[in-house]
Design a protein around this ligand. Structure first.
Ligand code: DAH
Length: 355
């Protein structure tokens, strides 16, 4: 045993890495290690022999594993010392620049619109971008063969062979969310529904995907006067100046009466300035919710009425921030995004300022 002890302690002291230590541990204390084998022999010994050999072997085992642990710690310390000597950091160097992104004008304007209307008590509702024919059209009083269906340049989803239900569509407006909100929340109701919409159209002011925000207020005794107040408050807060509106009689299947709303602006030097001058710019469609639409949403039209409006978010962004071409919104050109984007922490709030 003395021989074992000297040999192993010597080898452990001389080990230069962890792998060598592990090999020594296995050779001495592993299942078939030399010390372990001796321990197993204890069983065959006479009791008085075992009484002597047992404690000695146990002490040897403890000594070897203690030596291995100590050596391991020493090796780790030495490795750390070596690293500390080798590696160094010049903390006076300037930090590497981290590229930071910015907020897209559409996201920014959506936040602004939401902040203003939320302050007037409108909650945000959402719906799917792939919408059923019923929600996108029928429920909004746009029956089959109604001209509004073709005017919207709808994208239709592919259909399985033999499926004779009307195909789903990429929603052409956010108005179907009106129906979903009515069904889910009932009356009274005040919601806005911002989101993506799709139409097959492409030029300087049209892209196949764009953004709208829908507004819907349902209560007792709601009138066009409430609509006009909400819109004038909204535009004045959004543009940061008093904005007059002009209501022109119009027609939408889902509202009766319907109005297109223009905001006051001037057209000097080829640029539009909102809130001054004697020009007008059309910005949204609106009206009193058609009784059939209320009924489609499960709301009793003899007891409740409401107003609705739909605004193009991208168009609002173009107007407020002087962006001339809508197509560039969706080109993902970093130079454009850096120019027109917003600082990420600059979240628009009514008290903190919209922009
Ligand atoms: N859905 C219409 C469109 O996309 C916009 C609209 C008009 C929405 C009148 C409304 C509304 O809620 O009352 O062209």
């Amino acid at each position: 045993m003395d021989e074992l002890r000297t040999r192993y302690l010597g080898a452990i002291a001389g080990a230069t890495d962890e792998a060598a230590l592990e090999r020594l541990r296995v050779a001495a204390l592993g299942k078939k290690g030399e010390v372990s084998l001796r321990m197993r022999e204890l069983g065959g010994m006479a009791p008085e022999e075992r009484q002597v050999a047992g404690p000695v072997l146990n002490a040897l085992k403890d000594e070897i594993s203690g030596a291995i642990a100590a050596k391991k710690a020493a090796l780790e310390d030495a490795a750390l010392d070596a690293r500390l000597k080798e590696e160094w950091l010049d903390v006076t160097l300037p930090a590497r620049r981290r590229p930071h992104g910015c907020v897209h004008p559409v996201s920014q304007v959506t936040e602004e619109v939401t902040a203003i209307l939320a302050d007037m008590g409108f909650a945000v509702a959402e719906g799917p971008q792939i919408e059923s024919d019923w929600y996108n059209f029928d429920a909004l009083n746009i029956p089959d063969h109604h001209p509004a269906r073709t005017e919207m340049d709808t994208f239709y989803m592919a259909q399985a062979k033999g499926d004779d239900r009307p195909p789903h569509v990429l929603r052409t407006h956010t108005s179907p969310v009106q129906i979903r909100a009515m069904q889910e929340r009932g009356a009274p109701l005040r919601v806005i529904c911002p989101g993506r919409v799709y139409r097959a159209d492409y030029d300087q002011t049209h892209t196949p995907m764009f953004h709208q925000v829908e507004g819907l207020a349902i209560d007792r005794g709601i009138s066009m006067a409430n609509l006009k107040w909400v819109l004038e408050e909204f535009f004045s807060a959004f543009f940061g100046t008093t904005v007059k509106t002009r209501f022109r009689a119009s027609h939408f299947p889902f509202t009766e009466p319907s109005a297109e709303v223009d905001i006051q602006c001037s057209w000097e030097g080829g640029t539009v300035k909102v809130g001054e001058g004697d020009g007008w710019l059309e910005v949204l469609g609106s009206g009193m919710v058609h009784p059939k639409v209320l009924e489609a949403g499960g709301i009793d039209s003899s007891r409740w009425q409401g107003f609705a409006f739909g605004i193009g978010i991208d168009r609002l962004a173009m107007l407020k921030y002087g962006i001339p071409d809508l197509r560039a919104f969706f080109d993902s050109d970093l130079r454009w995004l850096r120019h027109y984007g917003f600082a990420p922490l600059d979240v628009p709030t009514l008290h903190g300022g919209l922009q």
